[in-house]
Design a protein around this ligand. Structure first.
Ligand SMILES: [Zn+2]
Length: 559
């Protein structure tokens, strides 16, 4: 995970605007940027530090400081005069210098999403907080007894009795009924704000401010749908056969509660694969350091600055943060020597090198990844290696036989994991788009139509409950989920390009990237150094000779 860019840390110390013959508009733009950066730079750094301190201390005074600074930053970006200035600048078409124009675009978008009328914004924030609170305090019940999310998850993972599974699944959906009306209210408030800004709904506004086009995303998701339809059907038939045998029932009677999590977004554990045994006597911090050093993108200084091990009061998850855009990049982990944390440290270090190795000549406003999903892609690209049998053999010094053992199931598992996630991401993208387009339609029915279309999961007969509302993302991370999928697509596209065009190999069969400086160099020059200098799709096209496409994800995981 990447800490979300709440702060939009936009600042500048040296303006590297190239070229001469600057027109008056460009000069004005430059002055605006200088003044803006002078204001935002110190607060952004302070806010990032406060947020870091809060995550490692867990103290409420640190969290209070974060809220205060976040609000200050929001106030800067909600200034209506500044927004009018940027809007006129954009519409004038006179800012032609590409580096300046790029900064104008990013600034315009950052201001645009903050131009919601203060009263309405307060309503939106308050209702969002209320829903989030309900999510975190609500407990579903099984036979009148309260159960936690973890207890529900555990039952869905191991229970073989269908009726008990059903009870657990139903309990996981109860929160949906409790929050659905509020979510619909929130959707309508968000739509109202978007319409005030001239957009047809909030979904379109959200995508526009992060430079994503609904039509283009539709095209990508449609293609992914077509390309995965058959292979997913095949894999799922096989999976269903295994599950039905386990529960001693007919395949046609399988219900949503027979998968291993409430939404069938994760891989049911049917292909046994315990990779932890290979990692338990290793030092995964050392492994990550050694690997990144070997590809010419060292992370020593990043890890030295980081907070890597469990401690009382510390945030139990993992993230990466760029404190100042001048090289102070840190990751937070809670490392244990197992496969999950190996993946995590590789993943977070992937975010970290993207932040660290931008071209220092770039203006500060452009010293960030091209998009939130492109940094996710780099993180995923490296995170995937913890389960790669060749990587494991080389890094962990395994025997041929051990490698063969891992290979037997790892490919199958990766395929299943990626296809299940892809089909689930399609549900999220499609449903959310329609939720904002027509919030008054029969959403309960729409949800099951969408689930049946993409996931091939049966709707329980007569079911008419807001099962969709049990997914917290609609409330607290709106119009964001699709980025996880785009990250996977780009990770595969980069992998394909490096294997075939950079390493000039026929296939990726024995590719582990261990010691492959060429791969590191390619990523540094074409992705990391560019920062946000180009629109994400231009960056991708420059790097791989074509815009973002689902083709290579399919080649990699559908065999
Ligand atoms: Zn991430």
């Amino acid at each position: 995970m990447k800490s979300l860019p709440i702060f939009f840390t936009m600042f500048i110390t040296s303006i590297a605007v190239i070229g001469c013959a600057q027109n008056a508009k460009e000069a004005e733009m430059e002055d605006f940027i200088t003044a803006h950066v002078e204001k935002i730079q110190p607060i952004a750094k302070e806010a990032n530090l406060a947020s870091w301190n809060a995550a490692i201390s867990g103290k409420s005074e640190d969290y209070d400081k974060v809220s205060k600074l976040t609000l200050e930053i929001r106030q800067i970006y909600s200034n209506p005069q500044d927004f009018i200035f940027l809007k006129e600048m954009k519409e004038s078409g006179r800012v032609k210098n590409p580096v300046l124009a790029r900064q104008l675009d990013l600034l315009y978008n950052a201001y645009l999403e903050n131009q919601i009328e203060p009263g309405l914004l307060k309503e939106i924030v308050d209702l969002g907080t209320e829903i989030e609170k309900n999510f975190s305090t609500f407990r579903g019940t099984i036979e009148g007894k309260k159960v936690t999310d973890n207890e529900i998850k555990e039952i869905l993972k191991i229970e073989t009795n269908s009726d008990k599974r059903k009870q657990a699944w139903l309990a996981s959906k109860q929160v949906g009924t409790a929050v659905a009306d509020d979510i619909i209210r929130l959707v309508k408030l968000r739509n109202k704000a978007a319409r005030n800004l001239g957009f047809d709904n909030f979904h379109t506004l959200s995508l526009t401010t992060v430079e994503q086009d609904v039509k283009e995303l539709d095209r990508i998701f449609e293609e992914l749908y077509e390309l995965t339809n058959e292979p997913f059907a095949k894999l799922k038939t096989e999976l269903d056969r295994i599950l039905a045998a386990k529960y001693d029932m007919a395949v046609k009677d399988l219900m949503p509660w027979h998968y291993h999590d409430p939404f069938f977004q994760e891989t049911p554990m049917v292909y046994a694969l315990d990779l932890d045994i290979y990692y338990e006597d290793k030092d995964i911090k050392k492994l990550a350091t050694k690997f990144y050093y070997g590809i010419g993108l060292p992370v020593d200084s990043i890890l030295a600055n980081s907070d890597l091990y469990e401690r009382e009061g510390k945030n139990p998850h993992a993230f990466c943060t760029d404190i100042d855009r001048e090289g102070d990049v840190r990751i937070l982990c809670n490392l244990k020597n197992n496969e999950t944390w190996m993946e995590t440290i590789l993943h977070e270090s992937g975010h970290a090198i993207y932040d660290k190795y931008h071209d220092p000549q770039l203006p500060y406003l452009l010293r960030e990844p091209a998009h939130i999903f492109t940094t996710e892609a780099i993180a995923m690209f490296f995170g995937r290696l913890s389960r790669n049998p060749v990587w494991m053999q080389q890094m962990l010094e395994l025997s041929e036989q051990q490698r063969a053992e891992i290979e037997k199931v790892s490919g199958k598992y990766a395929q299943l994991k990626q296809l299940i996630f892809a089909r689930w991401a399609m549900v999220m993208y499609d449903f959310e788009k329609q939720l904002y387009a027509t919030p008054d339609q029969n959403l309960n029915r729409l949800w099951w139509q969408t689930v049946e279309k993409y996931q091939f999961v049966n709707k329980p007969q007569g079911r008419n409950q807001p099962d969709w509302a049990a997914k917290i993302h609609f409330a607290i991370a709106p119009c964001y989920y699709h980025n996880y999928m785009l990250g996977e697509l780009l990770a595969s596209q980069l992998h394909h390009h490096i294997v075939h065009k950079i390493l000039k190999l026929e296939s990726d069969e024995n590719v582990s990237y261990v010691g492959q400086k060429q791969a590191g160099d390619f990523l540094a020059k074409n992705v990391l150094e560019a920062g946000a200098l180009y629109h994400w799709n231009e960056m991708i096209e420059r790097a791989t000779d074509e815009p973002l496409t689902p083709k290579y994800f399919v080649t990699e995981f559908v065999k």
